[in-house]
Design a protein around this ligand. Sequence first.
Ligand code: ZN
Length: 275
Amino acid sequence: MGPDPSLLSLNTATVRAQWKLDAIIAGCERHGIRGIAPWRDQIAELGLRETQRRIRDAGLTVTGLCRGGFFTARGRPGLAAAIEENRRAVEEAAELSAQCLVLVVGGLPDGSRDIADARALVEEGIAAILQDARDAAVPLAIEPLHPMYAADRACINTLAQANALCERLGEGVGIAVDVYHVWWDPGLARSIAATPARRLLGFHICDWLSPTTDLLTDRGMMGDGVIDIRGIRGLMERAGYRGFHEVEIFSANNWWKRDPDEVLRTCKARHVEAC
Ligand code: ZN
């Protein structure tokens, strides 16, 4: 069965090359897309108050704020600064009534070969902001990233790993499941089934093109690649997930070069056909 079309959300990265945030918000409204996940740099450009006003006037649900994390970027000496930055991200997420703050946790510090220590830093960083997040009613969504990003973006790479971290950290932290990052995982079905519904904070969709020409900016439109998106949605729903389906496509050579209205029309059509 196809998805509920009203559950489509737009991660603003999908059309960020063509439109600024105000135009993206207007585009969502025009195309009847009900959810939006904006990026902090775009919000800074438009202004937090103005963003808040426009999103509210357009009647959009903020399905996630992108993004917090990067606790490891400057190693242990930089952890305090990273924690401060994440506190600001939590405040912004609260101002926008975001359903979660997405955490791309960070990879290896410069010059390090100690991935275990990087993972410890991540845990310390999340623990440090967790009370602020709970007080602000902003769930923290750890996004496990494909292992090809373990060095430079996120050393949390599987759902099982994210679940173990959530267990240790307790209430207020959950997981964003992005099909691009987890589709290959032989333990995926088991891991999703083992995740409590309250911990499933987001579901990000796009497709894995084969071959992939760029590890960051060659994501595919749903239906153009090899991911069984509908199958993964089924796993999410059986685990109790009822939230939005957030389309998030970084595509330097294809979708970022197209008419953004065409991109949104295609997202809507493919959501129904392929997700
Ligand atoms: Zn994602």
